[in-house]
Write a protein of this length. Structure first.
Ligand code: 4AD
Length: 455
């Protein structure tokens, strides 16, 4: 019994019915169980009611008949009501299908909380044609739907896989602050707020903080919210997103590329082998093909050539020239044409932040990399960092950044500097690629974008 309890199967005995979570029912065929959950679907026939009940761990078919449907509660039953049910677990009959291959034949049940019917009925509030802004207002209800639930469950399994792969590589997790007084990726996307009378910002990236603990913890990572005051509405920009960032010490640019590629491929493999995640991939993105290694490696200057040779112009219709930022639309067009992950490398220095290391052979370009994937574009941005103190001071100056607030970052170059590099992966973008979602908004629990911070 204790072993069953450890597995979470049997929580309490009440009479001879075991209180259990729905996921465990297939192991309990023939047993009397007590379950609680929400009515996900309801089909009322004359002699039987068939319910699909979910409790957050799984769904199960529940069959009510006889006295069980001759009650006021049965007349009143609505979708999304919470119910408590006692019954016997049975295998579904030959030729029939139901979640988990079992059903619960009910001998006692009650409504815990009745959801409204009529005008306020759950089914009427979110329909396929519901307008996008109403849908966003009703995110709390949408999260009960099968697609949103699958995406959120997959997200949890994916984060666990990343943590597991970091652990295997001896990369230590830290939790840097979200309230900061320095910027990492330029002032234009900073959210500023009043911090006891002083100026502070919501963090854009935890990179600088990760760099400070390399001397104590070695390779580190964090999974932390980042904030960007993006002033445009695109399908891949959020104002708050989950940023998975890592910083690795005593490495070369080549090591950094191999690490990013290896980590992504391992996480994909783990998820394809996971019993729940693999079903979600099959349901939401049945054509998913795991990326093959090595990823295509494309120099920025060759990418500019590619764009011009393939007629992919800038927004104003002109050709790209060296030094141009490759805009979202052009980047996606190129990635979709190539149709496999690309490591786009060596961006011009003028496009990048103060901390990026130059290429030895071409100092106007950097040891930087973006990973681009079909359907989304950039999912990872990373680079080697300047390790030389004087070069860093010149970097502040070039970007017009006063060095004083960065004293703690500068100190890293004074007290035992070393080559190091790292990257940031946008969790929602990675999910949008993996599960073929049209927008990153579907991949965040409560997405925030320009003008939206509710619910
Ligand atoms: O390329 P970014 O701006 O890089 C950095 O912040 C580095 N300091 C990270 C590092 O090296 N530690 O952002 C990294 C990734 C992008 O590739 C993208 O996936 C995601 O963060 N990202 C966003 N995701 C959703 N909404 C936004 N507004 C995003 N901005 C960046």
């Amino acid at each position: 019994k204790r072993r069953e309890e450890a597995k979470g199967v049997v929580l309490i005995d009440k009479g001879d019915a075991k209180k259990t979570k729905i996921y465990a029912l297939p192991e309990l065929v023939g047993s009397k169980v007590r379950i609680q959950g929400w009515v996900h679907r309801l089909r009322a026939q004359k002699t039987n009611y068939f319910l699909i009940v979910r409790d957050g761990t799984a769904m199960v078919q529940v069959v009510l008949s006889g006295d069980c449907i001759r009650t006021l509660d049965a007349l009143d039953l609505t979708v999304e009501s919470t119910v408590e049910i006692t019954g016997t677990v049975d295998k579904v009959k030959e030729g029939q299908t139901a979640p988990g291959g079992v059903e619960v034949i009910v001998d006692w049940w009650k409504i815990i909380g009745r959801a409204p019917g009529g005008d306020e009925a759950f089914e009427g509030r979110l329909r396929p044609d519901t307008e996008a802004s109403i849908r966003a207002d009703l995110r709390h209800l949408e999260l009960r739907g099968e697609t949103a639930t699958a995406v959120m469950r997959f997200r949890a399994i994916m984060l666990r896989a990343f943590r597991d792969r970091f652990h295997a590589r001896r990369v230590t997790e830290v939790t840097p602050p979200c309230m900061v007084q320095t910027s990492v990726e330029g002032g234009s996307t900073l959210f500023e707020f009043d911090y006891y009378g002083a100026k502070a910002y919501l963090t854009q990236s935890s990179q600088l903080y990760l760099e400070t603990v390399l001397p104590s913890l070695g390779d580190v990572y964090c999974i932390q919210e980042s904030f960007r005051a993006e002033k445009s509405l695109t399908r891949r920009h959020l104002s708050e997103y989950t940023h998975l960032e890592a910083e690795l010490v005593f490495i070369t640019f080549q090591d950094l590329l191999d690490h990013i590629e290896g980590l992504i491929c391992e996480v994909v493999d783990v998820l394809l082998a996971d019993p729940i995640a693999s079903i979600i991939i099959k349901t939401l993105n049945p054509d998913f093909v795991p990326p093959s290694r090595p990823f295509m490696r494309l120099d920025y200057r060759d990418a500019i050539k590619y764009l011009n040779e393939h007629g992919i112009t800038k927004e104003d219709g002109t050709d790209h020239v060296i030094g141009d930022d490759i805009a979202e639309a052009a980047e996606r067009k190129m990635t979709d044409q190539i149709n496999r992950p690309i490591m786009l490398m060596h961006f011009p220095k003028i496009l990048k932040s103060f901390y990026m290391k130059s290429l030895d052979e071409a100092p106007d370009f950097t040891e930087s990399v973006d990973v681009l994937v079909p359907g989304v574009g950039e999912v990872v941005g990373g680079s080697m960092r300047i390790s030389d103190l004087q070069e860093l001071m010149a970097g502040y100056k070039r970007d017009g950044i006063p060095p004083e607030p960065y004293y703690w970052f500068t100190d890293q170059r004074k007290y035992g500097t070393t080559e190091h590099g790292g990257y940031g992966l946008g969790v929602e973008r990675f999910l949008a690629w993996f599960l073929k979602r049209y927008t990153v908004r579907e991949c965040s629990l409560y997405p925030r974008w320009m003008g939206r911070a509710t619910p």
